[in-house]
Design a protein around this ligand. Structure first.
Ligand SMILES: O=P(O)(O)OC[C@H]1O[C@H](O)[C@H](O)[C@@H](O)[C@@H]1O
Length: 484
């Protein structure tokens, strides 16, 4: 049995390259996937394999393809790095049995990962990843100690036998995006924007689409750089310094940002103010209902903003809250008509596309919003908050010791604080981590990440000062319990 425990967390298996994310371990997962697909009857439908711009991602993807081909499973292999939504679109549009994306998404450069997509294009549902994990454990138990899994077949041989076909995944995906955006409106607005793919897999693609629509576009962080310039490719304020600098220098109306694999969205306004994913979610929901006239259920994961609940109620749309992880949004999208589903982390998916997050599409829609309203994103956010009330949000990620984390979670389960920053806690919601609720717009959530060794503390309130106060007292509580 290997001494590495391979677990599919919030989305896929992630590990440090060369430490645990090794060719042998990637092959282990691929062999387990092959058996799982054969057992579930999806093997003949084939699998799309894609990868991002991280160190060795192309080689790990080739290793996956050669194992699947050895198991006689047809593989569509991307010849270039591609965004995750392009891989997902290949699964949906070609009706494949599954998709594999080699990416660690927004995580720092030393990580890589194995994201599994279900036949519907979104992240594999929990029951599927559990099956995969148990097959993996069984296959490992059957191996002699120290024995590595077989390497799979020679890729050239697999190509000759027609088991591996290289096919462009980006072109068909871009065609799909062309169907989803109001290009005429974009063309008429003559916007000037900066596009920031954070050295990730959307580089060149979003900028090109916007240029074709007549926008004046400058792309930053578009070069291939698997070190990501020293900043994790996660579109949150602390990593957006270059975007803030560029928007001011170029006097652009916005920066449109995607994460390392292009499934998350972020933005910066003309003034350099970060428009976080909470606000983007609210703006997209407002746009889809008020401008496009679309309807359907609204799905939000647990750390999402209350703006979304309020908007859903105002528009009379069904509203559901799920644990963190887009797979939970997918569970709903497979059962009911979902208008929009999304997360605080910037993964947002919309109707008439696929049950999957799409950072490129969300950015195109942000440009469409600016073109439609004639306002910058921050102006539009202010107009929205004038209608539904102010909402401000912050998140901190804390590196605690394993014991500290356990102590904190135990304390929250058994004896959570009854007040923070002087405000009494009305109730505690333990859906995913522990959310202390203080009123209709004020809450704080403590939760262990499923993708990184951190505890996340999220807070929302009606003013920046109230968020600060809540967070400061929340962090004092963590410090006292866990010794952060
Ligand atoms: O907070 P974490 O457990 O690290 O998860 C943060 C995010 O990770 C991945 O990107 C998942 O696909 C998302 O669904 C999730 O929101």
């Amino acid at each position: 049995m290997s001494d590495v425990s391979i677990r599919f967390g919030t989305d896929g298996w992630r590990a440090v390259i060369a430490e645990d994310f090794t060719f042998a371990n990637v092959r282990r997962v691929a062999w387990a996937l092959a058996e799982h697909l054969q057992a579930s009857g999806r093997a003949r439908q084939g699998v799309a394999v894609g990868y991002d711009c991280r160190f060795l991602s192309d080689r790990f993807a080739a290793a996956v393809a050669s194992v699947l081909a050895a198991a006689d499973i047809p593989v569509i292999l991307s010849p270039t790095a591609c965004p995750t939504p392009a891989l997902s679109w290949a699964v949906v549009s070609r009706r494949l049995g599954a998709g594999v994306m080699i990416t660690a998404s927004h995580n720092p450069p030393e990580y890589n990962g194995f994201k599994l997509k279900g036949w519907f294009g979104g992240p594999a549902l929990p029951e599927e990843t559990q099956q995969l994990e148990s097959i993996l454990a069984r296959q490992e138990a059957a191996r002699r100690p120290g024995q590595e899994p077989p390497r799979g077949m020679d890729l050239d041989e697999a190509r000759r036998l027609g088991r591996v076909e290289e096919a462009d995944l980006i072109g068909p995906y871009v065609e799909q995006l062309r169907r989803l955006v109001d290009w005429e409106r974009l063309r008429s607005a003559r916007l000037r924007v900066v596009v920031d793919p954070m050295h990730g897999a959307a580089r060149g693609i979003l900028a090109q689409l916007l240029r074709e629509a007549g926008l004046e576009v400058t792309e930053i962080r578009g070069e291939w750089n698997p070190g990501f310039g020293g900043l994790a490719p996660e579109p949150i304020a602390r990593n957006l310094g270059p975007a803030i600098e560029a928007v001011q220098r170029l006097q652009a109306q916005a920066v449109l940002v995607t994460d390392g694999d292009g499934d998350r969205v972020g933005a910066v306004d003309a003034t350099g103010e970060v428009v976080d994913a909470q606000r983007i979610f609210a703006l997209l929901l407002q746009h889809l209902v008020e401008v496009r006239g679309w309807r359907g259920a609204v799905i939000k994961t647990f750390a999402g903003t209350r703006m979304v609940d309020k908007l859903a109620a105002r528009y009379g749309l069904p509203f559901r809250e799920t644990p963190i992880g887009f797979k939970h949004v997918c569970e709903h999208a497979l059962k009911e008509d979902v208008l929009i589903g999304g997360e605080e982390s910037g993964g947002i998916g919309i109707k008439n596309h696929m049950p999957e997050r799409d950072g490129l599409l969300c950015n195109l829609l942000l440009a469409e919003i600016m073109a439609t309203r004639g306002r910058t994103l921050a102006e539009q956010v202010r107009a929205l908050m004038a209608e539904i009330g102010p909402h401000h949000f912050q998140r901190r990620d804390l590196r605690l010791s394993a014991e500290g984390k356990d102590r904190l979670l135990r304390r929250l389960a058994e004896d959570p604080p009854s007040r923070l920053a002087g405000w009494p806690v009305e109730r505690v919601d333990p859906l995913d981590g522990y959310k202390l609720i203080f009123g209709p717009s004020r809450w704080i959530l403590f939760r262990a990440s499923g993708t990184e060794p951190v505890v996340r503390v999220y807070a929302e309130a009606e003013s920046p000062e109230a968020v600060e106060a809540l967070l400061a007292d929340g962090l004092r509580f963590v410090d006292a319990v866990a010794g952060a």
